[in-house]
Design a protein around this ligand. Sequence first.
Ligand SMILES: *Cc1c(COP(=O)(O)O)cnc(C)c1O
Length: 358
Amino acid sequence: MINVTKTFLPPQEEYNSYVKRAWDKIWLTNRGELTIELEDKLKSFLNVSHLTITNNGTIPLQIALKLFGKGGEIITTPFSYVATSAAIVWENCTPVFTDIHPEYLTIDETKIEEAITSKTTAILATHVFGNPCHLNEIEKIAKKHNLKVIYDAAHCFGVKYNKQSVFNFGDVSTCSFHATKIFHTGEGGAMFCNNDEIHHQLYYSHNFGHNGPLAFHGLGINAKISELQSAMGLAVYPYLDHIFEERKKVVDFYNKNLDLNKIQVLKIRENTEWNYSYYPAVFDSEETLLKVTEALGKENITPRRYFYPSLNTIEYTKGQTMPVSESIASRVLCLPLYVGLSTEDLEKIVQIINSQIK
Ligand SMILES: *Cc1c(COP(=O)(O)O)cnc(C)c1O
């Protein structure tokens, strides 16, 4: 079985050696030493000023929306994982979709301003497959209209724009450390920001608002990661360079061997150091996609229709039409991409796809 992804596992004894520290201390959560150590390591690896590790990549979106969405309209992308829209609705805000750029697949910044109303409070955009949005333009629009910018950067571990971490952009950026993501803690995530005051708000929000055991600093929720999850993160951490190198090899193989006259691949934004997080293949029609999927399925190869469906068409958001996003969502397949995918398997995948699109 060749799946779209496969979780990277470090040697089990290395994981165990971190877990032992939690055991010896009898300390399993509440920002223990493993979590603090992981935060410090990630902060220096990513070169970011503020980072708070959380229990997944969705709660940080909800925290940011609770603080800055204020029940208003949130301009957002229809081409993302469902968590992006769901967080907006969950926080009693209203998603207002803006269509995407047909090649970068990120929110089309030229259409944002026409979607702004007096009720708009924030922009929540996704750096799709690790490809940054048009950061400068979005920042300009937000400044002009006094809006907050939240980036769903779940796919962006290791991505740099203009030589700095993409997590440094926007008022808040969030990441996911889910088992399927490039860097993972099983379940986990993080929120990033560049501003002391916002960091303070995010930090208190993720721990019930606790300011010491007896006092509170605003409203909060439980978004804390456990030491067992941080142990996984610490055990995966030393393999990051290896993970990026191996994924790059897979991406290079696809780029070299797939018939790219018949497949649209991700156009990476200028000045970006990308992280090889996904390999979206956009076919000429949904029919071709279904044909390719069926042929791969016969060989036990299961790519994923990611992202599908376009988020403006799901039951609790529907009402707006987004032609570009709906078209791309109906034709995009993320191909298998993980550490340990053999050349033999890659050859098979490429041969099947190329034969179906001839
Ligand atoms: C994975 C993902 C999330 C959710 O992250 P979890 O850690 O699973 O909660 C949110 N947005 C995008 C774009 C994702 O890919």
